[in-house]
Design a protein around this ligand. Structure first.
Ligand code: NAD
Ligand code: FE2
Length: 401
């Protein structure tokens, strides 16, 4: 029986409106004289690079910018970024953007410390030691990559998204400025927002830390449900229930943007210590095959997985239902837990996330392949509270089809 759990997050968190103005001081504290900022063309057009450039120049930090980031980044993008990094030789790497650019920054910082193929870091705890300092500045509210020990890239050769998990990937600093997400279009707000909800729900309903089935000799940054994870996951779920619809409806609603920025941060803290489960396992092959966003794939699958897990986690799902605003007074446990599924379905519909895999042009013949790939991602499947078989995964996909 495991009796020890740990909690890791970013080295420092600077949160709030105009927090980005403190970037110069953060860089100075990390003794960074030259930095590489990793971002993408959309954020460059939205004027967000200027928001980070100003404070860095003021602090006398030399800045190089890579604008070749892309959604669900490919290994090729990571290699291009590392190539520039080897030329620039920065003291720190800054990820400016959603999960995609932040993950690219983490992988680049890894490759600058350990040159060579990124493939050798795939999986759990394969990075041998500290990487270059990373500062993450999220411009979406969802991935939680600003605090997580994960980087996800698309392996276009093998048609699957691969995760690299290591506590060495945790950013040295996360600067979370809700003002930066104001330009986020409704679709990105919805997709990334429901990813944050997925993180919190998968963490809150994960298998317990005491019985986390880590095979002898294997290492994982995931460790099952524990009290710190529960605490941050609860708050994240409440915040998503309160603010996601508002943020999607009106991107200028700053209170909603701030609520979602915090939800994403807390969701990231929860899942990156406790773990994500089979929603994520199923999304990796799905997203790689149909090129939907990570958040959209998760949001679509989430209620089907909740339905599958509900019987072994009824009290937890009942609490989730009430945090999402359902009145569960007087209901028995089964009906109360069912309300959580209902609440997520309603939220999903309200923010425009599709209900069925066929809506994503998935063909029925693809389902078995998705189930097989998902089943092979053991580090994620073992976090699920209910033991899953290949047939179970196929059944969930069939229900979602
Ligand atoms: N490392 C982790 O812990 C972790 C966790 C969850 C998801 N992820 C990964 O993160 C990625 C998804 O991240 P995401 O949901 O944040 O979206 P994203 O980073 O893929 O961004 C989606 C699109 O929105 C644009 N965008 C972002 N912010 C904007 C803004 N403020 N204004 C205008 N446009 C903006 C981007 O340019 C991009 O085109 C996936 O690759 C996923 O696998 C990583
Ligand atoms: Fe996710």
């Amino acid at each position: 029986m495991r009796t020890v759990w740990t909690f890791h997050t970013a080295g420092e968190i600077v949160f709030g409106r105009d927090a980005v103005n403190q970037l110069g001081e953060v860089a100075r504290r990390l003794q960074a004289k030259r930095v590489l900022v990793i971002t993408d063309p959309i954020l460059a057009d939205a004027g967000l690079i200027d928001r980070v450039h100003g404070p860095l120049l003021e602090a006398g930090v030399e800045v190089e910018i890579f604008t070749g980031g892309e959604p669900e980044p490919s290994l090729r993008a990571a290699e291009a970024c590392a190539k520039l990094g080897h030329k620039v030789r920065p003291d720190a790497v800054i990820g400016l953007g959603g999960g995609s650019n932040m993950d690219l920054a983490k992988l680049t910082a890894t490759l600058l410390a350990y040159p060579g193929s990124p493939r050798r870091f795939f999986g759990d705890d394969q990075i041998p030691g500290p990487i270059l300092p990373v500062i993450c500045i999220p411009t979406t509210a969802g991935s939680g990559s600003e605090v997580s020990g994960a980087a996800v890239v698309t392996d276009t050769e093998n048609h699957v998204k691969v995760g690299i998990l290591s506590n060495y990937l945790r950013p040295r600093a996360a600067i979370v400025d809700p003002l930066l997400s104001q330009t986020c279009p409704p679709k990105v707000t919805a997709d990334s927002g429901i990813d944050a909800l997925t993180h919190a729900i998968e963490a809150f309903t994960a298998i317990d830390n005491e019985v986390f089935p880590l095979p002898p000799g294997e290492r994982s940054i995931y460790q099952g449900r524990h009290p710190m994870g529960d605490m941050v996951a609860e708050k994240a779920i409440r915040l998503v229930g309160q603010f996601l619809r508002r943020a999607v409806r009106d991107g200028a609603d700053l209170e909603a943007r701030e609520g979602m920025a915090l939800a994403a941060l807390l969701g990231g803290m929860a899942f990156s210590n406790v773990g994500v489960a089979i929603v994520h396992a199923l999304e990796y092959p799905l997203g790689a095959a149909v090129h939907c966003s990570h958040g959209l794939g998760n949001g679509l699958l989430l209620p089907y997985v909740m339905e599958f897990n509900r019987s072994v986690r009824a009290p937890a799902f009942a609490r989730i239902a009430s945090w999402l605003g359902e009145d569960i007074e007087g209901l028995d446990e089964d009906e109360a837990s069912n309300r959580a599924v209902k609440a997520v379905r309603q939220l999903r519909a309200d923010i425009g996330i599709p209900d069925r895999l066929r809506d994503l042009q998935v063909s029925e013949g693809q389902l078995h392949g998705f189930a097989e790939k998902a089943f092979s991602i053991k580090r994620v499947c073992r976090v699920n509270p209910r033991t899953v078989t290949l047939d179970d995964l196929q059944g969930i996909l069939q229900a979602a089809y």
